[in-house]
Write a protein that binds this ligand. Structure first.
Ligand code: NAD
Length: 480
């Protein structure tokens, strides 16, 4: 049994009242670790700690701050195998993918160490002779990060990297289902010599910790990644203290497959983006619209490739897919399949839990494709956040766009076509913050990543992600 502590004011501590929260291995459905269950006063201590060093941290040069981030990045790489094991044990993803995520986390810290050095202002000419304007950017204050369990290191790294590089101090609320690997990641920052109190990490339920962070007048910015429903609560709660808020919320990703596409690339892209991490990705493909001329061929090839995916225990088996992270995720996937089948959809492959002794206790599910779906079905309108994709044909590009835009979400979309004019038109008309053309990886760390509609607002990644933690200040000078 692993017993971990949280980081408050430079010390690794238990919760004041001694309460703990259990961590479950989703491949076995068994508890294997405990972390502190923070109460209100623990969270207040973390906020006060972050506040106590804001002045000194924010006045350091970005070059000095960058040194800590670079050192931490190196430590993350050195410890990547151990951190990845924790990540697989608590989240379920195959070890190789877990290690990939940890390495990404290290690269994000290095990227923001560099981007911090590129916080530029502006010199602006004035109409009146002898006067001029300057715009400078300054850190906003104590920030809070709230992130989910599907990519617990990567999503935390976006926030830690940008906040610290900008000169903010931070309280991170770690995901309840997967607190161990983020704690190990945060330990790298502490061990890199980051001054005490600059970064604090609390573990425990969002419903307890969230309101304390959101309600605090000391916290000036909340970076939230999670569901649209909780995001809405975060925004409402932040109104009282008028915090700056960025919300990276749910998605229901459309993929449009045109008849002139490279079908091999479209099929392998659909497999990867529908089922990787068991579909527990905000930019997982939920719904695929295929030109009716190639619909049958696409469905057949998509199913064939999906059936080759190997499900297993991410820690011990060489596999493509591990278990889902929570039993609730399995139940939601089943409910979306049932809803679609009742309304006329057909299961092309998957649709059930895998059989065999090794799958009995964990939260396993087969990657599932539905055909003959329509927009009265949950799978085509709501986020499943599970290994489920619906496929339906389209006739014209107008129809494809209308279907793609027919949900409340607007996080990202994927387009496969070899016609540049078609690509341009789809990129113009699809209402989403990110579009991938002939690839399925819509996010890269040095370009802005943010949602439209119910997928939220504000940015992570790139300079835009950094400026979320900065205030602009206009200075007008009359030169004497
Ligand atoms: P969630 O909204 O339930 O939880 C997210 C985080 O918020 C967790 O740390 C949770 O403990 C915390 N939380 C819960 N209640 C809270 C409250 N009242 N106040 C403040 N914080 C609270 O989401 P989840 O189920 O953990 O994650 C899955 C969701 O995250 C999906 O909808 C997915 O699309 C979304 N997501 C979005 C992105 C993106 O970049 N847009 C990335 C990953 C995941």
């Amino acid at each position: 049994m692993i017993h971990e502590r949280m980081l408050i004011g430079g010390k690794w501590v238990r919760s004041k009242n001694g309460d703990v929260m259990e961590v479950v291995n989703p491949a076995a459905g068994e508890v294997f670790a405990e972390v502190p269950l923070a109460g209100k006063s623990d969270v207040e201590d973390a906020i006060n700690a972050a506040d106590s060093v804001f002045s000194s941290w924010s006045r350091m040069t970005p070059f000095e701050r960058g040194k800590y981030l670079r050192k931490a990045s190196e430590l993350v790489l050195k410890r990547s195998e151990d951190i990845a094991r924790l990540l697989t044990m608590e989240q379920g993803k195959p070890l190789a993918e877990a290690e990939g995520e940890v390495i990404k986390g290290a690269n994000i810290l290095r990227y923001y160490a560099e981007e911090g050095e590129r916080i530029y202002g502006r010199i602006i000419a004035n109409e009146e002779p002898g006067t001029g304007s300057m715009v400078i950017y300054q850190p906003i204050g104590v920030a809070a990060a709230i992130s989910p369990w599907n990519y617990p290191i990567e999503l935390l790294a976006w926030k830690v990297g940008a906040a610290l590089a900008a000169g903010c101090t931070l309280v991170a609320k770690l995901p309840s289902e997967t607190p161990l690997s983020p704690l190990a990641f945060i330990k790298c920052l502490a061990d890199a010599g980051l001054p005490d109190c600059v970064l604090n990490a609390v573990t425990g339920p969002g419903a307890v910790i969230g309101p304390v962070l959101i309600g605090s007048p000391v916290v000036k910015k909340i970076a939230f990644t999670g569901s649209t429903e909780v995001g809405r609560e975060v925004l409402k709660g932040s109104a009282e203290t008028l915090k700056k808020v960025s919300l990276e919320l749910g998605g229901s990703l459309p993929m449009i497959v045109c008849k002139d596409c490279n079908l091999d690339a479209a099929v392998s892209g659909a497999v990867r983006r529908s089922f990787r991490n068991m579909g527990q990705i905000c930019i997982a493909v939920n719904r695929i619209y295929v030109d009716f001329e190639i619909y049958e061929e696409f469905v057949e090839r998509f199913a064939k490739a999906t059936e080759k995916l190997v499900i297993g225990n991410g820690l011990t088996d060489k596999c493509d897919l591990g278990p889902m992270c929570t039993p609730a995720g399995v139940e939601k996937t089943i409910s979306h399949i049932q809803d679609a089948v009742e309304k006329g959809a057909k299961v092309v492959c998957g649709g059930k839990r895998p059989e065999g002794a090794k799958f009995e206790k964990g939260y396993f599910f087969e990657p599932t494709i539905l055909r003959d779906v329509n927009h009265n079905m949950l799978v085509m309108r709501e986020e499943t956040f599970g290994p489920l994709a619906g496929v339906m044909p389209f006739g014209t590009l107008d129809e494809a766009v209308e279907l793609a835009n027919d949900t409340r979400y607007g996080l990202a979309a994927i387009v496969f076509t070899q016609d540049i004019s078609t690509a341009k038109r789809l990129c113009r008309d699809i209402a989403a913050g990110n579009i991938a053309v002939n690839n399925v990886d819509a996010g890269v760390i040095n370009a802005p990543y943010g949602g439209w509609k119910d997928s939220g607002f504000g940015f992570e990644h790139g300079p835009e992600g950094l400026y979320e933690y900065l205030h602009a200040k206009h200075i007008r000078i009359r030169y004497l």
